[in-house]
Design a protein around this ligand. Structure first.
Ligand code: ADP
Length: 453
């Protein structure tokens, strides 16, 4: 691995003509990189200290509209600036782009220079500080699932996203021959990300035609969220460079398996796994049990942060490996929460609820808030579910974005953890998605009712 880069090394590389472009980016509510391409000379001379962006970047939707109803910014308030403060510890090459490096920025209020509280990176940092005060570090890993298509993004967009053809003709779960055919995309993904300093573990075919998974080694939670964001961005760019589209839409076809982003979680103390107790039958410490009890109790509260769009909820179907219930079980892929590495030091909980469209900072921040609450209140963990978790109807995951919006808005736990302003901000973002969908006439309605209604 060659990254991350020190600022001094960047200066040397710029002087040697090896680097000419610095991308300075924030992470928006949707988990995308947004920012500017700096000439490296200007970046090392001054922009490394701070740059600016319009504050609508944290109050918009996927389409970059300017919805009303956000307290933080509006036409009335004149859509002012935020400070983008480069976090130089995130400086790293982007080896798939010539002469280019990336730095992630924290988002600060223009006047107070304080973190903007609803900025995704700030929200994760807030929960990590709470955890630190309890004496723990969070080690996390997120899995990235997505589909590769034969066609390019441009071709598909121009055709109105009709006739999408996955890059393979059959289910490619663990299939080496099929994934060999995709190596012109996946090999550069693994190697370029490794050279950017991301601890890539592997890629593999997933359980549907054209579906891929990328695994990155677990790391401190903030690094994991940064890795996820950079990897997702790289996958799209590298697929584009190769003339293909890569999509993180969780369910692009109702008859096919959806894409998830499982989140593996463990707490550590002084560099040792605090979730492990060798004397417990499953190797779980009391701390882990309290944390998991919090995760389970508050799953409906934070489902929005794992499934933020209308489409996200189409994934939760029985018999697809996507969960439908917020129960836990031991090494069982039908439950919302799976105990992994039981009996070993790698004992951890995997949340299987999140879709491939989650924002990793928000997903991890909200789950940490729930787990911390479980620890603070010493919640008891119910026994694990055995067998097919699809059978039964207790502890159902909110079924629609509308349901998740209600549980988000009414969550005292999340309001205490993040503040009312932050939760109201994201509740408004959920409303925007619902209002927009309610307004639009879909192909489904026309096909179903045009003649027969
Ligand atoms: P799966 O069977 O789901 O593919 P893996 O063994 O590949 O599971 O591990 C999935 C992820 O779990 C990997 O990204 C790995 O780095 C991560 N992981 C392993 N140990 C821990 C841990 N103690 N805490 C958090 N994540 C971990």
């Amino acid at each position: 691995m060659s990254g991350p880069l020190s600022f001094e090394t960047l200066k040397t590389q710029v002087a040697a003509g090896e680097v000419d472009t610095v991308l300075a980016c924030l992470v928006d509510m949707q988990g995308r990189l947004m920012g500017k391409r700096f000439h490296a000379g200007h970046f090392i001379a001054s922009a490394w200290e701070e740059t600016h962006c319009c504050n609508y970047l944290l109050a918009t939707d996927l389409e970059m509209t300017t919805p009303e109803g956000f307290a933080s910014t509006s036409w009335e308030k004149g859509y002012g600036d935020y400070v983008m403060k480069p976090d130089l510890s995130t400086l790293r090459p982007m080896p798939w782009l010539e002469g280019t490096v990336l730095v992630l920025c924290d988002v600060l209020d223009h006047h107070t220079q304080e973190d903007v509280p609803h900025s995704p990176r700030a929200m994760l940092k807030t929960q990590l500080k709470r955890l630190e005060a309890l004496g723990f570090d969070a080690m996390m890993a997120t899995e990235l699932e997505f589909f590769l298509f034969e066609q390019s993004f441009d071709e598909l967009r121009k055709s109105g996203y009709r006739d999408l053809v996955p890059i393979s003709g059959y289910n490619e779960d663990y299939n080496i021959f099929q994934t060999t055919k995709e190596e012109h995309v996946m090999r550069p993904v693994r190697n370029h990300l490794w050279n950017a300093g991301l601890p890539i573990e592997n890629s593999k075919g997933e359980a549907e035609a054209g579906q891929e998974e990328l695994n990155i080694k677990y790391a401190p939670a903030l690094d994991t969220a940064d890795y996820h964001t950079i990897a997702k961005h790289a996958i799209k760019e590298i697929a584009w460079q190769q003339g293909h589209a890569a999509s993180f839409l969780p369910k692009w076809d109702h008859s096919r398996v959806g894409s998830s982003s499982h989140v593996h979680q463990s707490l550590w103390k002084d560099g040792k796994p605090a979730f492990h107790d060798p004397n417990d039958s499953l190797g779980m410490s009391q701390l882990m049990k309290h944390y998991m009890a919090g995760l389970l109790k508050y799953a409906p509260d934070y489902t929005y942060f794992l499934a933020p769009y209308i489409n996200s909820y189409k994934r939760f179907q029985k018999g697809t490996f996507a969960p439908t219930r917020t129960i836990w079980s031991v090494d069982n892929r039908t439950a919302g929460f799976r105990l992994c590495g039981e009996g070993s030091k790698a004992v951890r909980v995997e949340c299987r609820v999140g879709g491939s469209d989650l924002n990793p900072y928000l997903a991890m921040a909200a789950q940490l808030a729930a787990g911390i609450k479980g620890i603070e209140d010493a919640l008891d963990l119910a026994p694990p579910t055995v067998g097919d978790a699809y059978a039964g109807d207790t502890g159902l995951i909110p079924q629609t974005l509308r349901d998740a919006y209600v549980t988000l808005k009414g969550s005292d736990m999340l309001r205490a953890a993040f503040g009312d302003d932050v939760i109201d901000h994201y509740a408004r973002a959920a409303e925007v998605e619902i209002e927009d969908f309610d307004r639009v006439v879909t192909d489904y309605e026309v096909a179903r009712g045009f003649e027969r209604a």
